[in-house]
Design a protein around this ligand. Structure first.
Ligand SMILES: [Cu+2]
Length: 117
């Protein structure tokens, strides 16, 4: 009886840890700087939850990815966090959504969403 409880306890603990990891997904750090995002493209799997942490290295920027419903203001000294779980395979174009100077239009970003297999 005691042994059964013990095994059960270990199993539950392991499952909770796995679930917590799954929910958290993984984090991708992106830096915004006149006039580019670094990295300028990322690849994520369909159905996978990914947290994007966007940091400005100079002035205010924004990361806008219409196809993934992302619109994040990125103020200097205030990293922005966005969580995405893409449900479609494809390439989703993003760009800077806050005018930041002459090269603003060249601040592009791409999310490649691939099949989970
Ligand atoms: Cu800009």
């Amino acid at each position: 009886m005691a042994a059964a409880f013990l095994i059960c306890g270990i199993f539950v603990q392991g499952t909770q840890a796995a679930l917590a990891q799954e929910a958290a997904g993984h984090t991708i750090e992106i830096h915004a700087k006149r006039f580019s995002f670094v990295p300028a493209e990322i690849t994520v799997k369909k159905g996978e939850t990914v947290k994007l942490v966007i940091t400005s290295d100079d002035v205010e920027h924004a990361l806008v990815i219409p196809g993934l419903h992302v619109n994040a203001k990125v103020k200097k000294g205030q990293p922005a966090e966005v969580t995405i779980t893409p449900d479609k395979v494809g390439d989703f174009d993003g760009k800077c959504g806050h005018f930041c100077g002459t090269g603003h239009a060249s601040m592009t970003f791409v999310v490649h969403v691939t099949n989970s297999e």
